[in-house]
Design a protein around this ligand. Sequence first.
Ligand code: C2E
Ligand code: MG
Ligand code: MG
Ligand code: MG
Length: 285
Amino acid sequence: RAKTAAKGSTAYFDDVMGTVAAARLELEQQLRLAVRDRQFRCVFQPKIDIRAMRITGFEALARWIDRDGTVRNPSEFIDIAGELGLLNDIAAIVLEDAIQSFPSLDKVFGSETRVSINVSARQASSPTFMSGFAARIAASNRSSRIILEVTEDAIVAAGPFQSLVLPQLRQMGTKVSIDDFGTGYSSLSALADITADEIKVDRSFIMSIQDRPRSQSILKTIESLGNTLGMSIVAEGVETEDELNYLLSQTSIQTVQGYLFSKPLFVDEIYKLKDIFSDICWKVA
Ligand code: C2E
Ligand code: MG
Ligand code: MG
Ligand code: MG
């Protein structure tokens, strides 16, 4: 009897594994077709100057739009795309869409707002990829309005990003931001050797910061380091009024992003952001 049960569960296991493998294959196939058919768009999340209470820029975030209109987030495709060697193609499609969106953004917010674009650590440390990417940015004639977001492990001082890519970006006026700061492996002192314009403090440090003394000290340290090194600080993932109030009253942080203000929006929806402040302004102390 035990034998049959064991046999049965093995069959069940094989069955589940078969289903998982088939689903994965299906996803890979869909992703290849999506790249062929350029089914990727940007959504834009505003960056808010909380001292002036105005929008100063947007982060462009990739979305995969299925044939049937289903919108998929990066967590569903970025890693797989990387494994399949499709991420550079996706990056080109996303960059193109971000550049094409400038006129629409400008119409609503004027031509001062900047657009931040993400590249993976692997892309950032590939001079071949980055020189093509930078060339497209330069050709847009908006290179000084673009900020490149790169995670800290990609821009360690000794790597190719710092020595080869950064000088080219500098020359174009394109800024560099260290994304998800605090979650990588570089120590704070490694920052001293890195040239970047902006630090984005990871959401995990901002979450409930008003109640978390350890996060408060970490943020203080990042802030003073940023001030010393001339990098501006952005707080990611601000979701609550308490978090915003803490940042306003206990820090000198100027720029935030987060669901409290807005989720990322498709370009044809961004006009809705025109009046997000009337709501927030009276709620904060
Ligand atoms: P990220 O660059 O750190 O982007 C911020 C992520 O946090 C976005 O998720 C955004 O929608 C989300 N977010 C913003 N505000 C809040 C908030 O208040 N609460 C919470 N819980 N989340 C918030 P998204 O769009 O799913 O992107 C996830 C990650 O995928 C990005 O993290 C970025 O690393 C990567 N990614 C997005 N677009 C691209 C791209 O074009 N290329 C590459 N290489 N990576 C991308
Ligand atoms: Mg980012
Ligand atoms: Mg981030
Ligand atoms: Mg993050």
